[in-house]
Design a protein around this ligand. Structure first.
Ligand code: HEM
Length: 266
């Protein structure tokens, strides 16, 4: 199963053009959903207006090489390792889900566009990365959803309570999980049985929900967060600090209570 390209098996009954058109449709859905979100929330306009305003209180003019250095450090730390989430399980779960998704999507695109003829010989690397990515996403996303999301972790809500904010993480987990099960069932060579077709249908539906739901879900944070991290670090380097006061130059004294429990009441 792990070394077999499921899309090449699917190509025995479905034209590769159909699969490729589906991927293109998903990309279009991301673009449309994100643009609608930007227009509706006016967040990008706010972001640039705020950055312009903050620039006025800059105490230092950054040279191009200083800006490049700040941006590179942000990419390596804040973005590639989501350092915003601190050290601990929240960050590990996010990294599993983030890199899992990147592997799963990259594997899907390469296998669908380069090796989706039933006669094509897919290098084992791609199906292995695709399956590994799906497992990482299910583990990271499941860990987050069952144990770490704020309403369960801090607000004592039961794990089965589902709200609109869960759309992104649940659709992400569903698309990876149904993809994995579909691939497993294909590998059993069930012939004309219905099992693999049901999971193929669920795989398609969960992708439609994931990519069609960009406007309503947290999907677009993967574009906004990197931009916000770069702006925040540039504002720190040029002294404008987004018009926030500097950190107090005094010892941190929060009383003994601070050590009794992890900070988890948001
Ligand atoms: C392929 C890229 C990414 C994927 C698949 C992904 C996935 C996720 C998921 C599933 C969640 C949980 C959403 C929820 O609250 O229900 C999440 C939250 C979050 N993501 Fe991402 N993400 C990606 C990229 C990024 C990047 C690039 C950053 C930062 C630079 C980032 C920062 C965050 C933060 C700060 C949270 C909130 C975490 C929390 O509440 O514990 N993400 N992400």
């Amino acid at each position: 199963m792990f070394t077999v390209n499921p899309f090449a098996t699917l190509a025995e009954s479905v034209s590769p053009i159909f699969m490729q058109s589906f991927v293109i449709l998903m990309v279009l859905l991301i673009i449309i959903g994100t643009l609608l979100d930007i227009i509706h929330k006016k967040n990008v306009k706010y972001f640039f207006d705020n950055a312009k305003k903050a620039k006025l209180s800059a105490t230092k003019n950054l040279s191009t090489s200083e800006r490049i250095s700040v941006i590179s450090k942000t990419i390596v730390s804040d973005i590639a390792t989501t350092s915003e989430l601190g050290a601990g399980k929240r960050r590990i779960a996010h990294l599993l889900g983030m890199y899992g998704t990147i592997l799963f999507w990259t594997g899907s695109v390469i296998m669908i566009f380069c090796y989706s003829n039933s006669s094509s010989d897919t290098p084992s690397l791609w199906p292995i990365l695709w399956h590994l990515g799906a497992i990482m996403t299910v583990v990271g996303g499941g860990w987050f959803w069952f144990f770490l999301r704020v309403d369960v972790y801090s607000e004592a809500q039961p794990w089965y309570r589902i709200i609109k904010a869960d759309l992104f993480v649940l659709a992400l987990i569903a698309s990876s999980l149904t993809g994995l099960i579909w691939s497993y069932l294909l590998s059993l060579n069930l012939g004309d049985r219905w099992d693999d077709k049901v999971f193929l249908a669920l795989f398609i539906i969960s992708n439609l929900v994931l990519f069609g739901g960009v406007y309503w879900s947290k999907f677009a944070h993967m574009f906004y967060k990197p931009g916000a991290a770069i702006q925040k670090n540039l504002a720190e380097a040029d002294g404008s600090r987004d018009n926030l006061p500097p950190e107090a130059d005094a010892p941190k004294q929060f009383g003994l209570g601070i050590t009794r429990e992890d900070p988890k009441h948001y």
